[in-house]
Design a protein around this ligand. Structure first.
Ligand code: ZN
Length: 323
């Protein structure tokens, strides 16, 4: 039983690597840009980056790469056998098997794959805002919406390993086109990109006149402009953040109806704006949830592990699945 594990969290822009002790302490950390070239086949360029991160840890800490427990979190549909079936936001890795790639390149034999949202859920469950909570849903508001469902103390992986893709739950029939090819997916409304899309839509409709004038056109109004202006008390921006909070609550209410979840952990980049989102999301959740007043209180809390949730969870996967 190894005392340390490596957690790798591969996103669309960066790959975050952590070396983690069994009690969840981060001992070392590396951040590298995610390559987007397809040279060498699916995932080859990304695997080179990950291999370098792992060997760097091994050299710095005197670890044996061949037996080191390594967990890899990937943004996409990760099959139970470790192959990435589909990654809409990271096309160059679709079809890749990182356990195979890392075995062939550096001889690593204990490599385990999981979806990044599922990793974040497992990380929060072990060491963060879901600790001790046997029924909760992790909601990662990043570029899209990732997520992971913990039910009765276990991750819901589903038949093939694709469970917990809550971002592609349709919340608006015939709504905005999504990267997955569907329409009206939750992540088109309540994620970082959802905010950016709504900001452009509102600015184009003349509903953000001050921000549009400041930025010199509707096309220049970014999500960050809205969160910053809302924090400064701008009423137009606050209205838009309330709109995003409503969409967030819309999806949460659906999850409550299906799972009877009483606890949500909200992470991802947009959760940096938790102060502007969560209070109104909680109010909307009370309005939108089926039988809200017949249920025990529903808790919506920010991530405890913030930017490290996915990487820590990937390490947790490695600890749990290593034979
Ligand atoms: Zn979708």
């Amino acid at each position: 039983m190894s005392e340390v594990a490596v957690g790798l969290d591969v996103g669309g822009t960066k790959a975050l690597a952590v070396l983690v002790s069994r009690d969840g302490e981060i001992l070392d950390e590396l951040r590298t840009s995610t390559p987007h070239d397809a040279e060498g086949g699916a995932g080859a360029a990304t695997a080179r980056v990950l291999a370098e991160q792992v060997t760097t840890f091994a050299e710095r800490h005197g670890l044996d790469v061949t037996t080191l427990a390594i967990g890899v979190g990937m943004p996409g549909m990760v099959r139970r056998d470790g192959r990435l079936a589909f990654a809409p936001n990271l096309q160059t890795v679709s079809g890749a098997s990182f356990p195979e790639l890392l075995r062939d390149s550096i001889g690593a034999t204990a490599v385990f794959m999981e979806n990044d949202g599922n990793c974040a859920a497992l990380g929060e469950y072990a060491w963060g805002a879901g600790r001790g909570v046997d029924n909760f849903v992790m909601v990662t508001l990043g570029t899209g919406i990732g997520g992971g469902i913990i039910a009765n103390g276990a991750l819901v992986r589903g038949r093939s390993g694709f469970g917990g893709e809550i971002g592609h739950m349709a919340v608006e029939a015939r709504g905005a086109l999504c990267g997955c090819g569907g329409y009206g997916c939750w992540e088109r409304y309540a994620s970082g990109n959802g905010l950016a899309r709504l900001a452009f839509e509102w600015a184009s409709e003349g509903r953000l006149p001050r921000l549009t004038a400041q930025r010199g056109g509707a096309q220049n109004v970014r999500g960050e402009d809205v969160t910053t202006a809302a924090r400064d008390g701008d009423d137009e921006a606050i209205s838009l953040m309330n709109e995003v909070a409503w969409w967030l609550a819309r999806g949460l209410a659906n999850l409550v109806a299906i799972l009877d979840t009483g606890h949500f952990v909200i992470g991802g980049g947009l959760s940096a704006a938790s102060d502007q989102l969560l209070p109104s999301a909680r109010e909307y959740l009370a309005e939108l949830t089926f039988g809200y007043d017949k249920r025990p209180p529903i808790v919506v809390v920010p991530s405890g592990l913030t930017v490290h949730a996915g990487a820590l969870g990937a390490a947790r996967v490695a600890f749990d699945r290593q034979a």
